[in-house]
Design a protein around this ligand. Structure first.
Ligand SMILES: [Zn+2]
Length: 318
């Protein structure tokens, strides 16, 4: 009898312990994770990073006309504030929508390279940064992302002066567990060569391909060092620049890199537990490059491009 009593009390204790330990068990099973969203903003970049620990970081905000879309997307992800905004370089297709974002959400830090331009878009962006009272930090090679809970380091720009604004692009490498992402902005060969020369650890599981897949970026040497499993090209359907270039697409396929493109796949969401990466696509989200309204926007934007955005003259491929 005494033994039975002991056994019952033991069972009760064990059960109580199990009950008590259920939340602990679940908490342990809630492994840390990261999501990287490549938003379909047509011929432009906007990338949103969110971790299970509540870190929110935005890299670029699409064109001027994309501001509302980016804000809505962030709200749908439950964003109340942004730990950091990275403005890779001051071209409209990267900073255009950021003023709207900065006006909408509290932003702790804004990273941007020391590059200026004289457009109204850039002025709007600077005014929004000022209004947001965010800490402004110069993005350049070696600068670590000062965001608790997210490991990141800038690998470019490495120099102080470039002829092309694209080469001022802040290039950010984010590492989560054993998985890493390299966000190349619009960095071209000049910047890639500098990153190679500096001997950085460029390896990444995912490469956000530089400059919308233009043939002025993603050199063979650079691609070989990054050696990604996945590449994402942020690009608008039927754009005026011929992006992405066949040369770059071939280079990626020769290297057996799995390529996702916002013009075909819509929003691209990558999730990782720090070991594996899974990809989900949401092509119904937009309709860029399809509707007449977008064509009007693209036509209006192309005027800015011809002044700002570069490569039409430098590259026969747009
Ligand atoms: Zn661009």
């Amino acid at each position: 009898m005494k033994r039975l009593k002991l056994l019952v009390s033991l069972i009760v204790t064990v059960l109580a312990f199990l009950r008590l330990s259920v939340p602990w068990y679940h908490a342990k099973n809630l492994a840390p994770s990261i999501e990287v969203h490549f938003l379909d903003v047509g011929q432009a970049d906007s990338i949103f990073i969110q971790t299970s620990s509540g870190v929110n970081v935005l890299i670029d905000g699409g064109n001027n006309s994309d501001g509302e879309r980016v804000v809505s997307y962030l709200k749908a992800q439950g964003v109340k504030r942004l730990d950091a905004v990275v403005a890779t370089h001051p071209h409209e297709d990267h900073i255009g929508g950021l003023d709207r974002v900065l006006n909408e959400f509290p932003v702790d830090r804004v990273y941007m390279p020391n590059a200026v331009t004289t457009t109204r878009t850039y002025e709007d962006f600077l005014l929004a940064v000022k209004g947001a009272k965010a800490r402004v930090i110069q993005a350049k090679a070696g600068v670590k992302l000062d965001v608790p809970g997210l490991e990141g380091v800038f690998l470019a720009p490495n120099g102080d002066y470039y002829e092309d604004l694209n080469n001022y692009s802040a290039v950010l490498k984010v590492t989560f567990g054993s998985v890493s992402f390299l966000f190349a902005g619009d960095a071209e060969f000049v910047s890639e060569a500098e990153m190679l020369k500096a001997g950085y650890d460029l390896r990444a599981n995912v490469l956000k391909v530089g400059h919308h897949g233009s043939d002025s970026s993603t050199s063979s040497a650079f691609l070989a060092k990054v050696s990604p499993e996945y590449a994402v090209i942020c690009v608008g359907a039927g754009n005026d620049f011929g992006h992405p270039s066949d040369t770059v697409l071939k280079r990626l396929s020769d290297a057996r890199v799995k390529v996702y493109r916002t013009d075909r796949d819509g929003n691209i969401v990558m999730r990782s537990n720090g070991k594996q990466i899974s990809v989900s696509l949401n092509s119904s989200a937009t309709g860029y490059g399809e509707g007449p309204s977008r064509e009007v926007t693209a036509a209006a934007a192309s005027q800015l491009y011809s002044r700002n955005c570069d490569d039409a003259a430098a590259s026969p491929n747009g």
